[in-house]
Design a protein around this ligand. Structure first.
Ligand SMILES: [Zn+2]
Length: 151
């Protein structure tokens, strides 16, 4: 699968992720999907207007009305919801004290649980000792869910 996403959109996600620091930022991604799921073109993103009511420095709750609203928005611009992106904010203390792998822009186990058929973008927002923020953004594809039976 090829994911095409305009730099204008990744920049917007990075800027908003910094603006929401130290809270998590969240957005649904709107796109179009080619036959046979070969190419996914992101054409926009939908940011909840009431994000502040549902975000904290450790998680974003996803109220059901967000998907209703983002689906309407997606339809209005000729796409469908193809996934979402959110930030993982790390304070200066976190950044200094954590091993490098913990600061990766990688999905948490809770993120994996919710992935399914959608794509997910993770933005790691790292604060340095001078209070400056830097971002790394990565995208992950749909996953095959395993029904794990430990026998
Ligand atoms: Zn996450």
């Amino acid at each position: 699968m090829i994911l095409n996403i305009p730099k204008k959109i990744t920049n917007k996600i990075r800027i908003e992720s910094k603006r929401w620091f130290p809270k998590e930022f969240y957005t649904d991604l709107v796109g179009t999907i080619s036959p046979k799921d070969k190419v996914l073109n992101v054409i926009g993103c939908w940011i909840p207007s009431d994000l502040d009511d549902y975000t904290s420095d450790s998680q974003v709750e996803l109220p059901p009305h967000w998907r209703k609203e983002s689906n309407k928005y997606a339809e209005s611009i000729g796409g469908v919801i193809v996934g979402s992106a959110h930030s993982h904010p790390y304070s200066a203390k976190d950044t200094l004290c954590s091993p490098a792998y913990r600061l990766d822009a990688s999905p948490s186990s809770a993120d994996f649980e919710s992935m399914g058929r959608e794509i997910i973008g993770i933005v790691a927002v790292l604060e340095n000792s001078e209070g400056k923020l830097s971002t790394t953004i990565k995208f992950y594809g749909p996953i095959l869910k395993l029904d794990v039976k430990i026998i």
